[in-house]
Design a protein around this ligand. Structure first.
Ligand code: CO8
Length: 259
């Protein structure tokens, strides 16, 4: 499929990179971009040769939110009947391989929500996060009121959603929204290094770890712990478990075959 709003490439053999590419609109997220993003995520997820996916934007903006120009003309009937704006936003949640957000510049509104839908966020030192929808007379619509409080706690999430103020990278790291901050000119290098590390591990174990951590956000602790235990036991049926443990015991590098 030819894309107009995103760029895709494969790096270091097993890492699929998706770059949001509407620079003139600070990567504002319109329906076409979200359709393309959904298709690219699904294609990398289905590709046996890919072990990890990186989602990124430009230096100035990961994404400055849903496309306000597009949304401004919608009535309730348009948006509801056509499932506009919202269509394809949930695709990323169905992706089973890890998706890392490499965020520089603005991650606002839907851009912040998209970053939070990724498995973790590596932020450049110029990253700025916010949920400024209140200024437009609306509220976050892609999980911001749910994922932000889970990530940073109620007080900060309320502050962000009600005042529309932005968080800089340092505050975002202190609050637990991002896993690490790196210098802007090292963002892709550091994110790719993390993605290469992940894609070198057993694909099955990586997918199980992702699935199990995500369970922490649904249901009860005891259900989550039981889910984890069952996945843990089932990994003993893989060749990668035999290989990983044998390599440790015999002091050699493991060579996973993802079987
Ligand atoms: N939508 C459309 N165009 C945008 C957007 C946007 N979100 N953000 C920036 N642009 C455009 C500007 O209009 C401008 O275009 P032009 O050059 O043609 O005038 C260009 O990008 C550059 O922007 P600025 O000149 O404003 O650049 P500045 O550096 O001065 O400011 C800001 C950068 C602070 C990021 C500013 O552009 C801004 O405030 N943007 C809007 C941020 C915002 O309100 N985001 C939230 C949008 S609402 C939302 O995301 C709801 C999500 C719901 C998802 C539901 C799905 C399930």
């Amino acid at each position: 499929m030819a894309y107009e709003c995103i760029l895709t490439r494969v790096e270091a053999e097993r890492v699929g990179v998706i770059q949001l590419n509407r620079p003139k609109a600070l990567n504002a997220l319109n329906d076409q971009l979200m359709d393309e993003l959904g298709a690219a995520l699904k294609a990398f997820d289905a590709d046996e040769a890919i072990g990890c996916i990186v989602l990124t934007g430009s230096e100035k903006a990961f994404a400055a939110g849903a496309d306000i120009t597009m949304m401004a003309k919608y009535s309730f009937a348009d948006a509801y009947k056509g499932d506009y704006i919202t269509r394809n936003w949930e695709t990323i949640r169905s992706i089973r391989k890890p998706v890392i957000a490499a965020v520089s510049g603005y991650a606002l509104g839907g851009g912040c929500e998209l970053a939070m839908m990724c498995d973790f966020i590596i932020a450049a030192d110029n990253a700025r996060f916010g949920q400024p929808e209140i200024k437009l007379g609306v509220i976050p619509g892609a999980g911001g009121t749910q994922r932000l409080p889970r990530a940073v706690g109620k007080s900060k999430a309320m502050d962000m959603a009600l005042t529309a103020r932005m968080m800089d990278a340092q505050e975002a790291e202190r609050a637990g929204l991002v896993s690490r901050i790196v210098a802007l000119d090292k963002l892709m290098e550091e994110t790719l290094a993390a993605a290469i590390t992940i894609s070198g591990f057993s694909q099955i174990a990586v997918m199980a770890a992702k699935e199990s951590v995500n369970r922490a956000f649904e249901g009860t602790l005891s259900d989550g712990v039981m889910f984890e235990r069952r996945l843990f036991h089932s990994l003993f049926a893989t060749q990668d478990q035999k290989e990983g443990m044998d390599a440790f015991v015999n002091k050699r590098q493991a060579k996973f075959t993802h079987q």
